[in-house]
Write a protein that binds this ligand. Structure first.
Ligand code: ADP
Length: 326
């Protein structure tokens, strides 16, 4: 297989995440160092279906390691779920002389890559890139660390005003059906409570925790909420807390601020390592793999282990924030 690969392409797909650019830089420079030609595909699978491929060289990826987002742009492309679209993608890739594709994205993007590999015998490698840290088989996804840090810095600021005005704040963090950001951010900010994805929220318990804190002399409470299916559910909790328990609170939805910003040291590090390993995996003849971090090691595993959403990476930490905030 290795002597067959002369040209590779890379795309970013789904939600953008800080760390994608360091990964693109690493892929391009590792490929060039191994005498491969590299194309960047614009706007994920949508750009692939439009034959929107650009040549990438060492200079194209200069000065991007510190930039959030993705220089290749990203998109959602529902048509790629149809086999006919994947057939067109395969035709375009082979017409352009591309021998293998590296996809940076979440489990949805991986499903598309996996289908392309299995239906057309086309080599693909996935690199986990999503702020949600919610892909099976992966302890870490690019973007998670930066998103957590952004939320932590925002909440530290909100804590100042919560303390000064003796207030309870609901702070909603990103994570569509994925509680990992809320869990880690809650622990890192000393949150009094964390409301995660799907569970029924017990407002009476929340109120009794807040009152217990006040009796102990606390003058603020931070409740971190995972946004769930759509942002804004915190407003309902704030209203219920006021109506049932006469506890006044404020709501802050952090929103898209958490997606942007310069990638953290970890996201630059893992982006660089994963990008390099992705190219090496292709040269070693690996065909349908993901480059993942497991137990602090970056390794290649079968892509089919990474096709579902999973909270396993963080779930052993559930309960810590509440235990520490007595
Ligand atoms: P993420 O990759 O972050 O999980 P999405 O789930 O939105 O984000 O998926 C990104 C893109 O991956 C979709 O817009 C689509 O092009 C492709 N994709 C998602 N699911 C599938 C699937 N079952 N089969 C083929 N392609 C898919």
């Amino acid at each position: 297989m290795s002597n067959k690969i002369k040209t590779i392409a890379v795309l970013t797909s789904g939600g953008d995440a800080p760390g994608m650019n360091p990964a693109i830089r690493s892929i391009v420079r590792t490929a060039i160092g191994n005498n491969l030609k590299v194309y960047g595909i614009k706007r994920g699978y949508a750009g692939l279906l439009n034959n929107d491929l650009v040549d990438l060289n060492a200079s194209s990826v200069g000065d991007i390691i510190q930039k959030g987002g993705t220089i290749l742009n990203s998109s959602r492309c529902p048509e790629f779920k149809e086999k006919a679209s994947r057939e067109l993608a395969y035709q375009i890739l082979t017409d352009r002389g591309v021998d293998a594709l590296i996809v940076i994205g979440g489990d949805g993007s991986f499903k598309g890559a996996h289908s392309l590999a299995s239906e057309f015998n086309f080599p693909v490698i996935g690199i986990p890139g999503t702020i949600d840290n919610d892909i099976s088989g992966c302890d870490y996804t690019l973007g998670f660390d930066t998103a957590v840090q952004t939320a932590v810095e925002a909440i530290d600021k909100i804590r100042d005003t919560a303390e000064s005005n003796e207030r309870t704040f609901f702070i909603e963090v990103m994570g569509a059906n994925a509680p990992s950001i809320a869990l880690k951010v809650g622990i890192c900010t000393g949150a009094e409570n964390i409301i995660m994805g799907h569970e029924q929220t017990d407002i009476d318990k929340l109120a009794s925790d807040i009152k217990r804190g006040i009796r102990r002399g606390k003058n603020s409470s931070i409740i971190v909420v995972a946004e769930g299916k759509a942002p804004g559910r915190s407003y309902d909790y704030a209203k219920e807390l006021e109506l049932k328990h006469k506890i006044n609170s404020r709501v802050c939805v952090l929103g898209h601020i958490q997606r942007g910003g310069s990638p953290s040291g970890n996201d630059r590090f893992y982006g660089s390592v994963m990008g390099q390993k992705a190219v090496k995996a292709l040269l070693d003849g690996q065909f349908c793999h993901a480059i993942v971090c497991q137990k602090s090691e970056v390794i290649a595993i079968d892509l089919d282990k990474c096709l579902t959403k999973s909270d396993d990476a963080m779930k052993s930490y559930i309960g810590i924030a509440e235990n520490l905030s007595i």
